[in-house]
Design a binder for this molecule. Structure first.
Ligand code: CP
Length: 324
């Protein structure tokens, strides 16, 4: 009933959602299953695409979006079971969720990793607290470990641009001036593997993704050689992420990654080694840091279509969860 990640979903289920999103995009499906209904969108962190596309998607499905920002436009939230709430948290997720579901048919949640404690954050504690107390669907709008709405839009974009079937898809780490969460690379890698793509993950030594997630991917190729990774690629998906051993110590991560600044960037020279690959990024992207202007502004870049597809995929997700 929840959409927390794509773990356990079959390729057929992912393809059904993509097909449904394509029907919303083409206008073949103009249904409005949310007429008279409200969906809560809870943002612990900033957003452009997710917030705007969810609000627009809910409106286009006939519904009403209730946007809440804990600690800003709503009370600060505690999520730990058994917490003694004598600190700065005013309300517990237990009440927050059970009150909201008296008004709303679903709750979307954005809650990033704080990059402080890997062992705790890899379990997605805040998102799972919402799911524990909810009797309406919880939709993950990017948690510490997963961003399924993004990865479904990514798979839809690959399908639109390159057609159905197995593609050589390269997920490459990129240098960035601060450590970032792993949700996007985790979900992209998982969905690419579930869709049967030939997946290569390129990152410097020390920037491995979660071991349990890698096990779920099956026979993925992992390399520390960015130049070799680009050869023959049909999709280049760039994303930076923090090293899990440096959660809680950003300074060590930054000192370690400094050596990769000039090498781990997507530029024209690397793109020239691909098999006419499309360039993808979830956005926001730091120009001339993660990718050069020449690449992100080239005809190979599909980042704006990818962002548009968030709207169609999320309409498909909401119609699937709430349409009945
Ligand atoms: N890609 C993505 O989720 O964008 P926002 O952070 O702007 O929502």
């Amino acid at each position: 009933m929840h959409l927390l990640n794509t773990t356990g979903m079959s390729r057929e289920q992912l393809e059904q959602l993509i097909e449904a999103a394509l029907r919303f995009k083409s206008g073949d499906n103009r249904s409005r299953p949310l007429i008279g209904k409200s969906v809560a969108l809870v943002f612990f962190n900033p957003s452009l695409r997710t917030r705007a596309s969810m609000q627009v998607g809910i409106y286009e499905l006939g519904g009403n979006a209730v946007v809440l920002e804990p600690g800003g436009t709503s009370w600060t939230l505690e999520h730990r079971a058994g917490a003694v709430m004598d600190g700065d948290k005013t309300e517990h997720v237990a009440e927050f969720v059970r009150v909201l579901e008296r008004y709303c048919v679903a709750i979307g949640v954005r809650t990033f990793a704080a990059l402080k404690d890997w062992n705790e954050e890899r379990t997605d504690p805040i998102l799972n607290a919402f799911a524990r107390y909810a009797s309406v669907p919880i939709i993950n709008l990017e948690s510490a470990m997963h961003h399924p709405c993004q990865s479904l839009a990514d798979m839809m974009t690959i399908r639109e641009k390159l057609g159905a079937g197995r593609k050589r898809v390269v997920l490459t780490w990129a240098w960035h001036p601060k450590p970032l969460p792993m949700a996007v690379p985790n979900s992209f890698a998982l969905a690419a593997a579930q869709m049967g793509h030939d997946l290569v993950i390129a990152h410097p030594e020390g920037y491995e993704l979660d071991e349990e997630l890698i096990e779920q991917l099956g026979g993925v190729e992992i390399t520390n050689d960015i130049d070799a990774a680009f050869s023959g690629a049909e999709v280049i998906y760039a994303k930076s992420w923090g090293a899990k051993q440096f959660y809680g110590d950003a300074a060590r991560d930054l000192a370690t990654r400094a050596q990769y600044r000039d090498k781990w960037i997507v530029d024209e020279e690397k793109m020239a080694r691909t098999n006419d690959a499309i360039f993808m990024h979830c956005l926001p992207v730091r120009r001339n840091v993660v990718v050069t202007d020449a690449v992100v502004d080239s005809s190979a870049s599909v980042v704006i279509d990818e962002a548009e597809n968030r709207l169609h995929v999320q309409k498909a997700i909401m119609a699937s969860l709430l349409g009945g």
